[in-house]
Design a protein around this ligand. Structure first.
Ligand SMILES: Nc1ncnc2c1ncn2[C@@H]1O[C@H](COP(=O)(O)OP(=O)(O)O)[C@@H](O)[C@H]1O
Ligand SMILES: [Mg+2]
Length: 255
C-alpha cells in the first residue's frame, strides 16, 4: 500500500473536550489521495466528533489540522469546504421539497467562491449545470434527477447526499455512516460508489458494517473512548489482539 500516496489531510494530536468528557484524545491520522481510511469503534468512541473536528463543525481543544500542509485548525467549515474538504452527515441533510437536481445544484453553487454568481441565472450557467449533471450521474441518480427528494427511497437520499458532496469536487471526503439504514441492494450500490470516489480523492469513512469496511478500507483506524487503539492495514488491525478484545472480538463471538 502506497506509502507514496500523497497526504491531503493531516490530523496531528487532536483532542476535543466537552466539559469533563474527552471525546477525542490525542488522535493523529493522515488521509491520502487514492485511499479510503476507515474509522471504526463502538458507539461513543469519538468517531463523529473526529469528523466534526476535521470538517470544522467543531474546533479542537488541542492539536492541529493541515490540508496540503496548510494549517486549517481554526478555519470555518465554509473555508475548509472551499479548499476541498467535503462531508456528509450521519443524519440526512437534503431539502425534501426540492428535486435531486435542485439539491445538487445548490451544493454546487454554495461552493462557488465568487459572490457575483448570485447575479447569474443558475439554470443557465453551463458550468453549474455540467457539475450538477456529472455528480448526479456518478452517484447513479441521473434517472431520478427530477424527483422531489422526499419521494426518493432512503438509499437514494444517501446517494443524493453523496452527489451533493461530489458536486463540490472535494479533495477530501468525510463520510459518517454512509450505509446507515440501507437495505442490501442500496448498500451494495453505495459501496461501489464509495470505492469509485478514491480515484481523485482522500476518504475518511466511519462505518459500522464490518464487511463493507473490510471491502473498502485501504487503512483502518480503531477508536475506543476517544483514543486510537490500533491503526494500519486492515488485515494487520484485524489480527491485533487489543482490537479483538476491545471491539472486533465481540462481533466475531456473536457471529
Ligand atoms: N456536542 C457534544 N456535547 C457533549 N458531548 C458530546 C457532544 N458530541 C459528542 N459528545 C460525546 O462525546 C463522545 C463521543 O461521541 P461521538 O463522537 O458522537 O461518538 P461516535 O460517533 O463514535 O459514536 C460521546 O460520549 C458523546 O456523548
Ligand atoms: Mg457517530
Amino acid at each position: 500500500m502506497a506509502e507514496d500516496h500523497q497526504i491531503a489531510l493531516q490530523a496531528i494530536d487532536l483532542s476535543k473536550r466537552f466539559g469533563g468528557l474527552v471525546a477525542v484524545s490525542h488522535v493523529s491520522l493522515d488521509l491520502r489521495i487514492g485511499e479510503i481510511h476507515a474509522v471504526i469503534g463502538p458507539n461513543g468512541a469519538g468517531k463523529s466528533t473526529l469528523i466534526n473536528l476535521l470538517s470544522g463543525d467543531l474546533l479542537p481543544t488541542d492539536g492541529q489540522i493541515r490540508l496540503d500542509g496548510l494549517d486549517l485548525t481554526h478555519a470555518s467549515p465554509e473555508k475548509r469546504a472551499l479548499r476541498g474538504v467535503g462531508r456528509s452527515y450521519q443524519k440526512t441533510t437534503i431539502f425534501p421539497r426540492f428535486t435531486a437536481r435542485e439539491n445538487v445544484r445548490l451544493a454546487v453553487q454554495s461552493h462557488m467562491p465568487s459572490p457575483l454568481n448570485c447575479w447569474r441565472s443558475p439554470d443557465r450557467d453551463p458550468q453549474t449545470n455540467q457539475a450538477t449533471l456529472s455528480a448526479l450521474a456518478r452517484a447513479g441518480l441521473s434517472a431520478r434527477a427530477d424527483v422531489m427528494a422526499m419521494h426518493l427511497s432512503h438509499g437514494e437520499q444517501r446517494q443524493l447526499e453523496a452527489a451533493m458532496v461530489l458536486a463540490t469536487r472535494p479533495r477530501v471526503m468525510l463520510l459518517d455512516e454512509p450505509l446507515a439504514g440501507m437495505g442490501h441492494a442500496e448498500a451494495r450500490s453505495m459501496i461501489q460508489l464509495i470505492g469509485s470516489l478514491k480515484r481523485d480523492c482522500a476518504l475518511l469513512v466511519v462505518e459500522h458494517d464490518m464487511d463493507a469496511v473490510f471491502e473498502l478500507a485501504d487503512r483502518l483506524t480503531v477508536m475506543a473512548d476517544g483514543r486510537i487503539i490500533a491503526c494500519g492495514l486492515p488485515a494487520d488491525v484485524r489480527s491485533d489482539a487489543a482490537v479483538r478484545a476491545a471491539y472486533l472480538g465481540e462481533d466475531e463471538a456473536a457471529a
